[in-house]
Ligand binder design. Structure first.
Ligand code: AP5
Ligand code: MG
Length: 216
């Protein structure tokens, strides 16, 4: 079979028996870890370095709240307790963004998926578009450091879920109960990559970049 592949940086163009097939060659990463592990901080830097579209469901939800939408009003009550918002709300948000984000080398999902059900939905959305989750980078940070970082951020962020230590602890508990099982799920697919999330922001960025470089 004579297949010629030309990587354009956006899509792969495959020439096969004079017909041209175009499909996405985007590389998609999950940046994963408990609240305060540095997902948002690192995602912004990594998205710029690797030309990825950064999608954070937490940021999208906070934008709804800031815009005063009905959805934002409903979700803010849940977020203030540290519980997860319903799966269907975030799945719909992500679905809308995926088709409006062409032109980058891939997606960097931050804070999504948060449940195994969200993971299965994401896989389906990507598969339907000829893509998959290529790597799950899991930032490992100890409990004391997580709480320290979030309490420090509360001074500046104005995030209600950072202000109350009981809510911070609940967010970490919810992560362990509902989000961590995704590690097992993705581990079986061979895409799980633990990363030491302790140390300086620059050191962690280098560790993450080194793993990502192997794929992009
Ligand atoms: P979300 O916004 O996703 O928050 P989170 O997971 O609780 O995580 P954070 O954003 O607090 O932490 P982060 O890991 O991004 O760390 P960051 O880089 O900011 O979700 C908020 C809520 O929305 C959820 O509780 C839920 O209700 C809802 N939600 C969102 N997505 C959902 C979904 N998919 N399904 C259902 N519900 C959903 O860093 C934290 C701080 O530490 C910063 O101040 C930073 O400057 C600092 N820092 C970072 N790295 C370092 C370092 N190396 N050393 C010292 N300080 C550091
Ligand atoms: Mg975040």
């Amino acid at each position: 079979m004579n297949i010629k592949t030309k990587n354009t940086g956006k899509d792969n163009i495959i020439k096969h028996n004079k017909s041209i097939l175009i499909f996405y060659s985007m590389i998609n990463f999950l940046i994963f870890g408990p609240p305060g592990s540095g997902k948002g901080t690192q995602s912004v830097m990594l998205a710029e370095k690797f030309n990825l579209t950064h999608l954070s469901t937490g940021d999208m939800l906070r934008a709804e709240i800031a815009a005063g939408t009905e959805l934002g009003k409903k979700m803010s009550k849940i977020m203030a307790t540290g519980e997860l918002v319903p799966d269907e709300v975030v799945i719909e948000m992500i679905a809308k963004k995926i088709d409006n984000s062409k032109g980058s080398a891939g997606f960097l999902f931050d804070g999504f998926p948060r449940t195994v059900a969200q993971t299965i939905s994401l896989e389906k959305m990507l598969n339907e578009r000829g893509m998959k989750i290529d790597s799950m980078l899991v930032l490992e940070v100890n409990h004391v450091e997580l709480v320290k970082r979030l309490i420090a951020r509360a001074e500046l962020s104005g995030r209600p879920d950072d202000k109350d230590p009981a809510v911070i602890n609940n967010r970490i508990d919810v992560y362990k109960e509902k989000t961590e099982p995704i590690i097992d799920y993705c581990g079986k697919k061979g895409i799980y990559q633990p990363v030491n999330g302790m140390g300086t922001i620059d050191d962690i960025f280098k560790r993450l970049s080194d793993y990502m470089k192997k794929l992009v």
